[in-house]
Write a protein that binds this ligand. Structure first.
Ligand code: NI
Length: 156
């Protein structure tokens, strides 16, 4: 059964428990060298994600967008145009899944200070945001594979 994470209240966000969780998430993500992480991946079923972008060995043209916190993120608008790309995930290591997603999304969220904000993201950041929001709804990349051809093993 897919577990859907619950939203955080502004009061909870200001509390010690969530600041510890956020610290833990930043630490886990930086140790893994990843660009995104969702709270359920560290065992907390709340709607917190980290997302950013930086170039990698295989994708040297990715923009540098510092990783930051998005609380209760929701996709409020998606482009009709879609793109397919291979996605890795810290929860299913050594698997790459080709996932088709809208190229541009508008996401509403609370910032670390509890204020409502929106971001329009495109390209790689749009993909990272959608991947992490999927985690909040218990959806993994494997669930989005359309056939075995969209799934590949990779080493290391
Ligand atoms: Ni993931």
């Amino acid at each position: 059964m897919k577990q859907v994470a619950r939203p955080l209240s502004v009061d909870e966000l200001a509390g010690e428990v969530s600041s510890e969780l956020v610290r833990d998430m930043f630490e886990t993500l930086s140790e893994a060298g990843g660009v995104g992480l969702a709270a359920p991946q560290v065992g907390e079923s709340v709607r917190l994600i980290l997302a950013g972008s930086f170039p990698s060995g295989t994708n040297p043209t990715r923009p540098v967008i510092p990783v930051r916190l998005f609380v209760n993120p929701t996709v409020i608008q998606s482009s009709e145009e879609t793109e397919g790309a291979w996605e890795g995930c810290l929860s299913i290591r050594n698997l790459l899944v080709r996932v088709i997603r809208p190229s541009v999304v508008r996401v509403e969220y609370l910032g670390a200070d509890g204020g409502t904000a929106t971001i329009e993201a495109e390209g790689f950041l749009a993909r990272v945001l959608q991947h992490e929001i999927d985690h909040l709804d218990g959806i993994l990349t494997l669930d989005r594979a359309r056939s075995d051809e969209d799934i590949r093993w990779h080493e290391g």
